[in-house]
Design a protein around this ligand. Structure first.
Ligand code: 5GP
Ligand code: ZN
Length: 113
């Protein structure tokens, strides 16, 4: 837990949020400023700054994040239409919250052609 970290506060329920899912490793909630009709964040409970800060011991965390993203995509009925999974890494990569998170984006209208 980093005291100045917004996502640590959300993970620890110091800030109220509606979790779509929670287990021992991750929490999942909707992005406050969605960039797609469905925009969900998968956030590890452990404070890790970014992909750059992962160690060999964090492999299970990342695997769980992706497995949960897959489950939530199905729950949100975007598994068949398709979706994007995205990590922004550091400022140049668009990261603004320096607590690792995986973006799940989808739900765009089907292309008519
Ligand atoms: P980043 O650019 O760091 O990869 O993404 C951070 C994301 O967190 C942004 O899409 C932003 O809208 C979202 N976000 C920032 N503050 C909050 C918040 O307090 N609650 C929620 N649910 N999302 C947030
Ligand atoms: Zn944190």
């Amino acid at each position: 837990m980093e005291t100045d970290c917004l996502f640590c506060k959300i993970v620890n329920k110091d800030i109220e949020s509606d979790f779509l899912y929670e287990d021992d490793t991750v929490v999942v909630f909707r992005d406050i400023n969605p960039h797609a009709p469905i925009h969900i964040l998968i956030v590890p409970k452990k404070h890790i700054r970014s992909i750059n800060d992962l160690t060999d011991h964090d492999g299970e965390i990342v695997a769980r994040m992706i497995a949960v993203a897959k489950k939530i995509a199905k729950k949100e009925s975007i598994n068949e239409s398709g979706y994007k999974l995205l990590f922004n890494v550091e400022k140049g990569g668009g990261q603004v919250i320096f607590h690792l998170h995986l973006h799940l984006l989808g739900g765009w209208k089907k292309n008519k052609s």
